[in-house]
Design a protein around this ligand. Structure first.
Ligand SMILES: [Zn+2]
Length: 362
């Protein structure tokens, strides 16, 4: 291509010289005129093509250089990257439980043994909630995680096995509170753990016992009759006696001390001020609900359950409080504002003498 190019330039030059020589030229003008133009054009294209090829070559060279530079760059970064990538990938791959286990191997193994659950198969949220509940329970019981179950059961062993259904009942109430307080699912609460252990113990030792159900001493029967002078039905008295016995074990005091024990406990939450009187009414309503809820489970009439008995005592207390408030003139009608209040003879509620409104009822 280069040779053809130069040849064309040569022919073109000869042609140009011929033009300058004019009529004295070595060849006639008519022969060289078309040759000049053809060679000029061919020459131009030859050089243009040549230039194009050179540019392409340059570009290819540049590409190769770039490629090599890129390869070098990758090689260099690869030397640095592996470590960071590895660490990052490890962190991404490790689950919450695996991380916890690697940081606290002994505690992790204690927790798994305690709950008898393979934590690797649980979802991350279940793992987190269960760990939090176990840690909370250890704190409450003031013991190591490995000691939780034995410490809790040692406490439960103080009560007769017959009371375990009632303790399960109470613990189920705590479970509902725990769910709303700590925002955990029911299965991950500490109450759920305790209920599992209570059920285990009940299955193991809770054979039907005649002791609490049937064998009442004469003294006990006399006591329950004195306590419930208006109850003549023997079946009711026996049911009440059963509940009183259970309460005396739970509250750790004799049956005769139960009433005072309860009232003292009540006074800790209620300060005797009229503006807080409604607290007693709310507590009464709550207790009635519990009595009806528990009754079918323990096979007693609602009024004969421990909650039913507490309702009676609370009602007597409320009646005394109403009298006291009327006597000291603290009651104020919430309709007309009058302090001229009396007690209704039949219902025991407050009645306003001015507007006849009846209030403070249950
Ligand atoms: Zn009134």
């Amino acid at each position: 291509m280069r040779i053809v190019g130069w040849l064309c330039v040569l022919i073109g030059t000869l042609n140009l010289m011929n033009v300058f020589l004019g009529e004295n030229g070595f060849l006639p003008m008519s022969v060289f005129a078309p040759v000049f133009w053809v060679t000029l054009i061919v020459g131009y294209f030859c050089f243009a093509k040549l230039k194009e090829k050179e540019i392409e070559k340059e570009k290819e060279k540049e590409k190769e250089v770039n490629k090599a530079a890129l390869a070098y760059l990758l090689q260099q970064t690869a030397k640095v990257r592996p470590k960071t990538v590895q660490v990052a990938e490890l962190h991404q791959q490790k689950t919450y439980w695996e991380n916890y286990k690697s940081c606290n191997p002994t505690i992790a193994s204690d927790i798994e043994n305690l709950l008898n659950v393979n934590f690797s198969e649980l979802s991350e949220i279940d793992v987190k909630e269960k760990i939090a509940s176990v840690e909370r329970l250890a704190k409450n019981l003031k013991c190591e995680i490995s000691q939780i179950k034995s410490t809790y059961l040692a406490e439960i062993e103080k009560y007769p096995v017959e009371l375990i259904p009632q303790i399960i009942e109470m613990t189920s109430r705590d479970l509902v509170k725990e769910v709303s307080t700590f925002h955990v699912s029911q299965d991950n609460t500490m109450s759920a753990m305790m209920i599992t252990w209570l059920k285990e113990r009940h299955e193991q030792f809770g054979k039907p016992s005649a002791k609490i159900n049937d064998a009442f001493t004469e003294d006990e029967m006399e006591f329950v009759k004195r306590l419930n002078p208006y109850t003549t039905d023997v079946a009711d008295l026996r049911e009440r006696l059963k509940s009183l016995r259970e309460m005396s074990v739970l509250f750790r005091c004799s049956m005769s001390e139960l009433h005072d024990f309860y009232i003292n406990d009540l006074r800790k939450n209620y300060d005797g001020k009229y503006e807080n009187f409604h607290w007693l009414l709310d507590a009464f309503k709550d207790m009635v609900d519990k009595a009806y809820e528990v009754a079918p489970r323990v096979g007693l009439k609602p009024s004969n359950t421990s909650y039913g008995i507490l309702c009676d005592w609370l009602f007597d207390f409320i009646t005394e409080e109403r009298k006291r408030f009327v006597d000291i003139g603290q009651v104020r009608c919430d309709m007309c504002g009058s302090h001229d209040i009396k007690l209704d003879l039949f219902t025991g509620y407050f009645v306003c003498n001015s507007c006849k409104r009846e209030f403070g009822g249950i």
